[in-house]
Design a protein around this ligand. Structure first.
Ligand SMILES: NC(=O)c1ccc[n+]([C@@H]2O[C@H](COP(=O)([O-])OP(=O)(O)OC[C@H]3O[C@@H](n4cnc5c(N)ncnc54)[C@H](OP(=O)(O)O)[C@@H]3O)[C@@H](O)[C@H]2O)c1
Length: 227
């Protein structure tokens, strides 16, 4: 039986590349976007191993509707890649961050992955090899933190804390954070040095870890990073 993988925010960028590569590795892949049509179009580009579905990770109702569909219609999940995220405050100072930007960013980038994981837990518990990859960022690393993108960076630090707690709560699974590096996407811009293939590499590695692989870590280029 094929493994089933869900990649949130996989209509483009790193998420699309992760979904494409998981399909090549013989997974059935669920591709998501906030727009149903966009998700369907992205899944069609990947081929018959992919199916598209609408999902807004900033909206608890959308997460629950999606999870109910997944449980009812697919009935299986082995790999969850919490990839969807927004970057709204690249040029803002922590002193000027608005409540709206902070709340929307935390809701999408940190709370969304937590609620998503909770919602699909019955399926992950039934998997023989459950893997959760939270797509984080070097910007969330406290030990090298600068003044860059305050809401975004803090959301990724929070996501890393969620990774540690989930790894402890789900000993049957491998739960890790990945930093893809600076990648040429809509979010990263065209001056970024890395391709989407390079950005996806550590995420794919963590999504396909063996049973004795690490859990509760933060990885860049397959190497463990300090928090
Ligand atoms: N690019 C970089 O240099 C870089 C560096 C470090 C970390 N990262 C991380 O890598 C991941 C992917 O980034 P990327 O560069 O590929 O970004 P991107 O090109 O901007 O793509 C973001 C994806 O997330 C989806 N998305 C955004 N808000 C969403 C929401 N509320 N609900 C569901 N889906 C949502 C988008 O789909 P729709 O718009 O179709 O809904 C899109 O598929 C993110 O977690 C990002 O923080 C990226």
């Amino acid at each position: 039986m094929r493994n089933v993988a869900l990649v949130t925010g996989s209509s483009r960028g790193i998420g699309f590349e992760v979904a494409r590569q998981l399909a090549v590795r013989d997974c059935s892949v669920i591709v998501t976007s906030r727009s149903k049509d966009t998700a369907t179009a992205a899944a069609e580009k990947i081929g018959s191993a992919a199916v598209g579905h609408e999902l807004d990770t900033s909206d608890e109702g959308s997460i629950m509707t999606f999870a109910n569909w997944l449980i009812r219609e697919i009935g299986r999940l082995d790999i969850l890649v919490n990839n969807a995220a927004i970057l709204f405050d690249e040029n803002e100072s922590i002193l000027g961050t608005s409540a709206e930007t902070f709340e929307t960013t935390m809701r999408t980038n940190a709370l969304g992955p937590l609620l998503m994981t909770q919602a699909v837990l019955p399926l992950l518990r039934s998997s023989k090899a459950a893997r959760v990859v939270n797509v984080s960022s070097g910007a969330g690393q406290i030990s090298s933190m600068t003044s860059y993108a305050p809401s975004y960076s803090i959301s990724k630090t929070t996501l890393n804390a969620i990774t540690v707690m989930l790894a402890s709560a789900l000993p049957f699974a491998r739960v890790n954070s990945a930093d893809p590096g600076w990648v040429r996407t809509d979010m990263g811009g065209q001056n970024a040095p890395r391709s989407v293939e390079e950005g996806a590499d550590t995420i794919i590695w963590l999504a396909t870890l063996p049973d004795n692989g690490p859990s509760g870590g933060f990885f860049h280029d397959r190497k463990r990073m300090a928090w």
